[in-house]
Ligand binder design. Structure first.
Ligand SMILES: Cc1cc2nc3c(=O)[nH]c(=O)nc-3n(C[C@H](O)[C@H](O)[C@H](O)COP(=O)(O)OP(=O)(O)OC[C@H]3O[C@@H](n4cnc5c(N)ncnc54)[C@H](O)[C@@H]3O)c2cc1C
Length: 385
C-alpha cells in the first residue's frame, strides 16, 4: 500500500483549498468556449508555490519531487480537467531545460517561467510523420558558433504563447550515428520562427496548439541542451517524467468525473428509488472506483521511484500513463452515461472532462507506441535461430 507522508498530505490539502477558492465552474465553461488560458489563476498558483514543485529552489522551484507534483496535478484536474491541464502543462517540456541545460540558460528562462511570465513548448512531432523519429526532417547545422535550424513541428502545445521552444532536430553532422539528434532551446522571439494556430480541438481548449515552422533560425551554440547526438536519449528520459505527470492528470480527470457521477446518482430518483440503490449503478460505481484507485497507486509508485533516482522506468511510466488514460476515458464515458441526458450537456462538466481525457491519451506517445516500449522491456533480446 502506498502511504503519503505528513507533508505530502499537507500539500494535497493546500492544493484542494486553492482549487476550491480559485477554480470556478462557470468561469471555466466560459473560458473553454472562448479558448482562453487562465493566466490570472496561473500567476496565483505560481506565487503560492503550486506549480513546478519538482524544480530546484535555485530557480524558484519547490525543491520537491514528482510525487508532490502528481498530488497537486491530480487535485487541480479533479476540480477542473481543462483548467487543471492548462495549469500543469504551461511549462511543458521545461524539464528538458532543467535536466540538461547549462546554468546560463536556466538562469535566463526558468525564473520567468516559474513566475508565470512565460510558457514553454516541446516541438517533437512532425507533420505527416508524428513521433516516428527516424523519418524526422527538422535539421540543425553548426555554423560559426551557432545552430541553424530548418524544419516544421506539429501539434505543439502552448506554441502561440511560448517564451521558448525545446526542439528535437537531426544533427546535420551526425547522420550516421545511432542517435543523430540534438535537443535545442529556441527563444520564441528568434528570427524565422513562425507558429500557426491549429484551431479548435476536441479538448485541451485553454491551451493553444500550433504547427511551428523554423526557417533558418539561428541560435547560439550554448542553446544546445545536454550533448550533441544525445537528443533522442534525452527526450526519452523527459518522456518518463512527463508520462508520470500525464498519468496524474488522467487520475484527476477520472476522479473528477466519478465525483460528479456519484453526486448525481445519490440525488436522482427514478421508479421511486435513488439511482444509487439500483444494483446496476452500484456495480458501475464499484468498477469505476477500483480502476481509479489502481491507476492512482501505479502513478504514485512510479513517481516515488523516479524521486528515488530509479532511471529504468520507461516501461513502468508508459504503463502508468496508458493505464491512467484508459481509466480516465472509460470512467468519463460511464459518468456521462450515469448522468443521462444531462451528462451530454456542457453544464454537467463531465462531457468536457471526457474531451480532455481523450487529449491526454493521444498526446506524446499514443497507445501503440507505449505498448511497444513495454513489450520491448519485458521481452528483451530475442536470440536468432
Ligand atoms: C492534444 C495533443 C497535444 C499534443 N501536444 C504535442 C506537443 O506539445 N508537442 C509535440 O511535439 N507533439 C504534440 N502532439 C502530437 C502527438 O505527440 C502526436 O499526435 C502523436 O505522437 C501521434 O502522432 P500522429 O498524430 O502523427 O499519429 P500516428 O503516429 O500516425 O499514429 C496514428 C495511429 O496509428 C498508430 N500507430 C502508429 N504507428 C504504429 C505502429 N508502428 N504500429 C501500430 N500502430 C501504430 C498510433 O498508435 C495511432 O493510434 C499532441 C497531440 C495531441 C492530440
Amino acid at each position: 500500500m502506498f502511504e503519503l507522508s505528513k507533508s505530502q498530505k499537507g500539500i494535497q490539502k493546500a492544493a484542494l483549498e486553492f482549487v476550491k477558492g480559485e477554480l470556478d465552474k462557470d468561469l471555466s465553461f466560459k473560458m473553454e468556449k472562448e479558448g482562453k488560458f487562465p493566466e490570472e489563476i496561473l500567476r496565483k498558483a505560481a506565487e503560492l508555490g503550486f506549480l513546478w514543485v519538482h524544480f530546484d529552489e535555485t530557480y524558484l522551484g519547490g525543491g520537491m519531487g514528482q510525487v508532490e507534483n502528481c498530488l497537486i496535478t491530480e487535485t487541480f484536474c479533479r476540480k477542473d480537467a481543462t483548467m487543471g491541464k492548462a495549469l500543469s502543462l504551461a511549462g511543458y517540456a521545461s524539464e528538458c531545460l532543467l535536466r540538461f541545460g547549462n546554468d546560463g540558460l536556466k538562469e535566463l528562462y526558468l525564473p520567468r517561467l516559474l513566475e508565470g511570465e512565460i510558457f514553454s513548448a516541446g516541438c517533437f512531432s512532425e507533420p505527416g510523420i508524428g513521433l516516428n523519429f527516424l523519418s524526422h526532417k527538422t535539421v540543425s547545422i553548426r555554423k560559426e558558433g551557432r545552430w541553424v535550424i530548418n524544419g516544421v513541428k506539429n501539434n505543439v502545445m502552448n506554441a502561440m504563447d511560448a517564451g521558448f521552444y525545446i526542439v528535437l532536430c537531426r544533427d546535420g553532422d551526425q547522420e550516421t550515428s545511432e542517435d543523430p539528434f540534438n535537443m535545442i532551446l529556441v527563444d520564441a522571439q528568434s528570427h524565422g520562427v513562425s507558429p500557426r494556430d491549429s484551431g479548435r480541438k476536441i479538448g485541451n481548449n485553454m491551451i493553444s496548439t500550433a504547427q511551428v515552422a523554423f526557417n533558418n533560425v539561428s541560435v547560439p551554440e550554448t542553446c544546445l541542451l545536454g550533448k550533441p547526438g544525445k537528443g533522442l536519449e534525452q527526450l526519452r528520459l523527459f518522456f518518463i517524467e512527463s508520462h508520470i505527470a500525464s498519468a496524474a492528470q488522467a487520475v484527476g480527470i477520472a476522479q473528477g468525473a466519478f465525483d460528479r457521477a456519484l453526486d448525481h446518482v445519490k440525488q436522482r430518483e427514478q421508479f421511486g428509488k435513488k439511482l444509487a440503490r439500483f444494483q446496476v449503478t452500484r456495480n458501475k460505481l464499484a468498477d469505476m472506483a477500483t480502476r481509479i484507485e489502481m491507476s492512482r497507486l501505479m502513478t504514485y509508485t512510479v513517481a516515488a521511484r523516479f524521486d528515488k533516482g530509479d532511471k529504468k522506468l520507461a516501461h513502468i511510466a508508459a504503463m502508468a500513463k496508458m493505464n491512467a488514460c484508459e481509466t480516465a476515458t472509460a470512467v468519463c464515458d460511464e459518468a456521462i452515461q450515469l448522468l443521462g441526458g444531462y451528462g451530454y450537456m456542457g453544464e454537467s462538466e463531465v462531457e468536457r472532462f471526457y474531451r480532455d481525457a481523450k487529449a491526454t491519451a493521444l498526446f506524446e506517445l499514443p497507445e501503440s507506441y507505449q505498448k511497444e516500449i513495454i513489450a520491448s522491456e519485458i521481452i528483451g533480446k530475442i536470440r536468432a535461430n
